[in-house]
Structures are given as C-alpha cells and as structure tokens.
Design a protein around this ligand. Structure first.
Ligand code: BYC
Length: 316
C-alpha cells in the first residue's frame, strides 16, 4: 500500500469512528464501495422481488379497505427499491447492471421471498413478521456510515412501521375471529416464523462479511443480536393474541431478560439462498418476464424524454 493510501485509509476510519457520514464524492476504500454495492443492490432486489408474494393477494383481498392498504404497501416496496437503486448508483454502478445481476442469478435477494403466500393470513404474517424483522435490521442500518444508504433507511423504516402494524392488525382480526380464521392465522405463523428468523442472516460464527462491515459501521449490529431483539419483541405480541410459536424450546429466561429458542435449520436457509427454495424459480422468472415485457415502456419513456430535451434546447 502506498503511503498516501495509508493516510487516506486512516482518515477514512477516523471519520467513521467519529460518526461522520461518508458521502459519494469522498475517498473510500475500494472494498468499502464493493461491499456497499453488494449489500445495497441485494437490498433493492429484495424490495422488488418482495412485491411478488403480497402482490399475489391484491385481487383477492377480503374487503376494499384491505385491498387499498395492501396496494399502498406493495407500492411502498417498489418505492423502497427505487430509493435503494438510486442510492447504490451514487457508488458508480448503473441500475441496468444491477438488474442484469439479479436476472442472471449473480446477485442475491432475501431468502424470505422464496416462500409461497397460500392464504390471506400470510399477508398478515408477512407484515407482522417479515416487515417486523426488516425494521429491526433497518433501524440499525439507518445509523450506518454511508450517507445515501442511511438516509434512505430513515424513510423506509417509517413506511415499514406502517406495514408492520397493518400486518399485526390482520393477525389480530383473524386470531380473535372464528375458529377457522384463528386456525388460518396459526398456520401462517407456523409457516413464516422460522423463515423470518432466518432472513436476518446466518449466525455470527458463520457470517463472513459482518466483522468488516461492522468495523466500517455499515452494519451496526451483528445478525444474531438483531435476531434476538426481533424474537424478544415479537413473542409477547403473538402471546397477546393467543397464537403459539412453532418452537417447543422457546422460553423466556428471567435472568437474561431474553427469549431462548430452539436450533435454526441453517441447512434450509442455505438451500433457499442457493436457489432451491419453494418459489426461487418462479420469483426470478416473474422479474425476468416483467423486465422483458416492460422494455417498450422504458424505450417510449426514453424517447419522450429525449424529444422534450431537444425541444427545450431549440427553444433556448
Ligand atoms: N437471504 O456475511 P453475511 C423488506 C447471504 S426487504 C439471502 O451475514 P451480510 C420487504 C449474504 O448476502 C428488506 N442471502 O452477510 C420487502 C452473504 O452472501 P454474499 C430485506 C443472504 O451482508 C417487501 C452470505 O449470506 N432487507 O423488508 O453481512 C415486502 C453470508 O451472510 C441472507 C435487507 O436486504 C438472506 N436473508 O449480512 C416485505 C437488509 N442473509 O453476498 C418486506 C440489507 C445473508 O457474500 N442487508 N445472506 O455472497 C443486510 O442487512 C445484510 O446484507 C444481511 C446479511 C443481514 C441480510
């Protein structure tokens, strides 16, 4: 490493240690840039692919009120994807390239979206558990060192909070409804609990990126620590509405003030991440098809924008 770079690196780390945000035009180590592009693009893809499981229920929502809420939620997720692609572009990558990486399977997206939404109760479970887990992770990311990413997180967390409440409200209605509705809510909790726990990433002893990302304050907390907070917050909410968690070893430890849980099936997690979950192929196909079918819209929008720029130039 040349002397200048050593000095730049020391200044960069000093800024981070002091809590000063890193902005797009500031000097940054190449690996910091690469790690952020990896994580932010994966996050953006998760938002966009994450529209699919819930989008599946828009036409079958049980009332106009539920439909309007679900439509707004799914549109919010599209918006989150857009902020995050824009924020990632500040690091010098083009969104076409990020999408290409998604469509060819080179880039990951969250494991959680490879599970199917079988009943209306799944919409409640996603808002309550998936958005609930996402908020735990994202409120930590909102304090992160890269300015555009942390600022995007602030707005996203506000919207996720609405998503989380609407999901829990659906679960409450079902849990206090008819026996059949309660059984639907319980079945959704049984199917989404473990995948939601896993979406927060592998355990700390198997998380190769964490140490570096935490030293750069991109990640403010480890995967296990966020997972524990999510469990501690969520279990009392389930108890409150009379649902049971599909984990016979789940119990509150009065001494630590935390819930202890049973073993996580990491084999299932890595299998889903590798592309072998119940819906991986369908999710990717839906995105690839949407990209292909939307090509003419993008071309028309570009032509329209070009025509207007020409007109403005001639008028000037
Ligand atoms: N799924 O070293 P680790 C939403 C990969 S969407 C797939 O711990 P890191 C919503 C990881 O990429 C919000 N892969 O990684 C939308 C790495 O592989 P590579 C989703 C996963 O980065 C619609 C390897 O495993 N939130 O809320 O330190 C409707 C080793 O892991 C997963 C985000 O995207 C996973 N779950 O930590 C409803 C948050 N976990 O890339 C709701 C942003 C890990 O080295 N991302 N891997 O080949 C993060 O916070 C971090 O990237 C993670 C992983 C905590 C996910």
């Amino acid at each position: 490493m040349v002397k200048d770079e050593k000095k730049l690196l020391a200044e960069f780390q000093a800024k981070i240690d002091k809590g000063v945000k890193i902005e797009p035009k500031d000097w940054m180590p190449e690996h910091y840039r690469k790690q952020l592009i990896r994580m932010m693009s994966q996050h953006a893809h998760s938002e966009i692919v994450g529209m699919l499981p819930e989008g599946n229920w828009i036409t079958r929502a049980p009332s106009l009120r539920r439909k309007a809420i679900l439509l707004a939620k799914v549109q919010d997720e599209a918006g989150h994807g857009m902020y995050l692609y824009s924020a990632a572009e500040t690091l010098g990558i083009d969104r076409t390239e990020m999408l290409e990486q998604l469509h060819t399977g080179k880039a990951k997206y969250s494991s959680i979206f490879n599970y199917p939404t079988l009943t209306w109760a799944d919409i409640g479970a996603i808002g309550w558990l998936v958005d609930g887990a996402a908020i735990m992770n994202q409120t930590a990311l909102a304090k992160g060192s890269y300015g555009p990413y942390s600022r995007a997180m602030v707005r996203i967390c506000k919207e996720e909070s609405f998503h989380n409440r609407q999901g829990y409200e659906i679960m409450c209605s079902l849990a206090f409804g008819t026996p059949e509705q309660k059984a639907m809510a319980q079945d959704a909790l049984n199917r989404w609990w473990w995948p939601a726990i896993m979406m927060l990433g592998p355990s700390d002893d198997n998380s190769p990126n964490s140490a570096e990302l935490m030293s750069w304050k991109v990640k403010m907390e480890s995967n296990d620590s966020i997972r524990q907070r999510f469990i501690d917050r969520t279990v009392p909410q389930g108890d409150h509405i009379g649902l049971t968690f599909p984990d016979p070893l789940l119990k509150f430890n009065k001494e630590t003030g935390h819930y202890e849980h049973g073993p996580i099936n990491w084999e299932e997690f890595f299998n889903v991440v590798k592309g072998n979950g119940p819906c991986n192929k369908a999710r990717l196909k839906a995105r690839v098809d949407a990209d292909k079918d939307g090509k003419w819209v993008r071309e028309a929008a570009e032509a329209y924008a070009m025509k207007h720029t020409e007109k403005e130039t001639l008028a000037a």
